[in-house]
Design a protein around this ligand. Sequence first.
Ligand code: HSE
Length: 313
Amino acid sequence: MKSIKVMSPSSVANLSCGYDILGICLDHVGDEMIITKTNSPGISITNIKGAKLSYSVDKNVAGIAAKSYLSKNPSKFGFEIEIIKKVAAGSGLGSSASSAVAAVYGIDYLLERNSNKIDLIKHAVDGEQFASGEAHADNIAPTMFGGLTLVRDLKTLDILNLPFPKDLFITILHPEIELKTSILRNVLNKKISIKKVVKQTANLGGLISGLYSNDYQLISRCLVDEIVEERRASSIPGFYSLKESAIQNGALGFGISGSGPSIFSISKGKKTASSVKKGFEKVYSQKNISFKTFISKINYEGVKVFEQWFTIV
Ligand code: HSE
């Protein structure tokens, strides 16, 4: 029997002006999964640490993604999955995407198929769809590829890796409350004014230009959400105080990470990112809510296998 341990990083989706299409991969934070290849076919979830999730393969993001993968890539082997959640479900940090990506990437690795990551993403999206009620890959793409990604088209999986200036640091505040993505997708307006669409697309174009040209000020001007933020901000305690604090401390941008409750800020340089972090902590020290804060660089690698071993008894 061969086992591997997979590290599947967390991510920040939307990045203000890129609802459902932009995402960045975070460093040193994410979920782990131990996958063991067995001699009898089938998938089982044998252990879940750090979260109360279903052991039923059909009701668990990792199980659904793994089944989707094996339906298109049949194998005479089976797989036992142990999920080690280090990031809470419903945190806004792409927890379900981490599980879905770890399962498909890990099983493909154990089968030595070395599949194209785009082919793997299809199956991870099936898992994500179960978690949030709608297919989207803005967390899955950065977790799979690393870096900063743009999902230009979900149907054809036209996914681009965008460049970014080297001195970007992300500050995260995670209020320890759970928000369900499926509910926060339902609060969004299905009709959006053409004026807002114009502003959002202008910011998206400007952001991409700023990323290519390392223009921090242009990036800053474009990290604005005209469409989603106003509908979701009230679910995040102290959202506008956190925003004000981030701006006062010199952040380039601030917004909801995915569907929240985590919020993110992007800064030029670690010093500014640390001031932003201290500002967030000050705002939350006045609230009766547990929270975590951390600073991350953008992770270039994405999902990876970081341990493997054989059991021969
Ligand atoms: N783009 C998604 C959303 C990310 O904002 O609903 C969370 O899964």
